[in-house]
Design a protein around this ligand. Structure first.
Ligand code: HEM
Length: 414
């Protein structure tokens, strides 16, 4: 069997669905990164995938992804007790209701502030602007000081955060930009962690040892072996909060795209009654492509529905495929927030940010934040008046990660 890694880079989001269509029903068998690979989808597959007896993470992620998107030593690469101890840190900081509300408020304050500027400008690019305002909000909330930074540095940080996401799945210039961006920001945050720790030692600063603020909590965190994180790994994990929060810009641009394609949804979204904004946010996360799949490695020979998965094989959970599976979703390629009105998605049904439990498995701990922020921003967007000038709004499935090519340009915001 040929290695399909080049085909994945060429076809992007369409690679796994195409392969699934070409093969007989059941798990899709292929080769990726020089290993046999099996791809699964569906709620039952989610439960199989998030069981550590079947799938481990330590050696699953290739170096180019670690050096751009997640960082070396990140929580994404841990298993067993090491993972659970590190994950408690994230879950405690990110799934706390008051913390989610607080961050959402920071985001809406930044939105209102940005709006004043947009009204004074002829055109704005929503993807870039959302990235900038989310960066400002999350840094203030997380305790990564920005107030004393020149505007130029804040813009550079927002650009670097976007670059880390944009360059993880491509061998070209975007990839090298992502590596440089990560190197620059890890160094900056590692220095901040060192400084905080020095100050804490000198002043016996209790805030460093018991804080709900992300930067301080990560600086004070002790891993399963009782040791603090080295400054570089601490920087990696701080970035694992800041970077994906800024990445909600992707979904903001997708939300604008959905409104543009479905003008009839503008009024209900603007009114936002009975949780409509939340339903819209869920549908944006289901419909539009972001994370294509998640991957782990079988620690021994395991079986899925009687089908053998050899030891060392890659196991892929097809997130994009599951979110568009006709067995789970009626007319999966129709954008329809009504799917989620009056109900929250079941645990292993909607999986743009992984499945299973965030507290015990690798599911994204930032899902509550993502939904809350989108449910706050998208109704605000629907209440705005703006023109949509001629631009390239195509969303190429070959590009990973993808977005409207133009980023979504708005003119005459009023
Ligand atoms: C922008 C929208 C987001 C998307 C599409 C997304 C997607 C994902 C996915 C697919 C995973 C991997 C799940 C797995 O390995 O099984 C993940 C993990 C993670 N996400 Fe998110 N995420 C988003 C937002 C966030 C936010 C806002 C935060 C933090 C504030 C965050 C923090 C994390 C962390 C720390 C992990 C690692 C969890 C672990 O390995 O245990 N994400 N995310």
């Amino acid at each position: 069997m040929f290695d399909e890694s080049p085909a994945l880079l060429r076809h992007g989001y369409a690679w796994l669905p195409d392969l699934t269509r070409r093969q007989a029903p059941g798990p899709v068998r292929t080769r990726l990164l020089g290993r046999p690979a099996v791809a699964l989808r569906g709620p039952e597959a989610v439960r199989f995938f998030y069981d550590e007896d079947h799938v481990r993470r330590r050696t699953a992620l290739p170096e180019p992804v670690l050096s751009t998107l997640f960082g070396k030593g990140a929580v994404h690469t841990l298993d067993g007790p090491e993972h659970r101890t590190r994950k408690e840190l994230f879950v405690g900081l990110l799934k706390d209701r008051a913390a989610v509300k607080d961050l959402t408020e920071h985001v809406t304050v930044e939105w209102e502030r940005a709006l004043g500027e947009w009204r004074a400008r002829f055109r704005v690019n929503l993807f870039d602007e959302a990235g900038l305002l989310l960066t400002r909000a999350v840094c203030t909330w997380a305790g990564a000081p920005l107030a004393d930074q020149p505007e130029r540095d804040v813009r550079e940080l927002a650009r670097d955060l976007a670059a880390m996401v944009d360059g993880f799945a491509t061998p070209g210039l975007r990839h090298w930009r992502a590596r440089r961006a990560r190197g620059r920001q890890e160094e900056r945050l590692a220095t901040l962690v060192d400084e905080l720790r020095r100050r804490a030692l000198a002043e016996q600063d209790p805030a460093v040892t018991s804080s709900h603020e992300v930067v301080r909590a990560v600086a004070a965190h002790r891993d399963a072996d009782g040791a603090p994180l080295d400054a570089r790994t601490a920087a990696v994990e701080i970035l694992n909060v800041i970077r994906p929060t800024a990445a909600i810009a992707w979904y903001t641009a997708f939300g604008a795209h959905a409104l543009h394609r479905h003008p009839e949804l503008r009024e209900p979204l603007a009114r936002d009654r009975d949780g409509y904004g939340r339903a819209f946010a869920h549908e944006v996360r289901r419909f539009y492509p972001f994370a294509p799949f998640v991957a782990g490695v079988a620690p021994s020979r395991v079986e899925w529905h009687g089908e053998p998965v050899p030891e060392g094989a890659l196991v892929l959970l097809d997130l994009y495929g599951q979110n568009h599976d006709p067995q789970l979703w009626e007319s999966p390629y129709t954008f329809d927030p009504e799917r989620f009105t009056g109900r929250e998605p079941a645990r292993d049904e909607l999986v743009p940010q992984g499945g299973g439990e965030a507290a015990t498995g690798h599911r994204c701990p930032g899902e509550d934040i993502t939904v809350a922020v989108l449910a706050a921003l998208l109704p605000r967007l629907a209440r705005l008046d703006y023109d949509v000038p001629a631009q390239d709004l195509r969303i190429p499935l070959r590009r990973m990660p993808t977005r409207p090519r133009s980023g979504f340009v708005m003119a005459h915001v009023r």
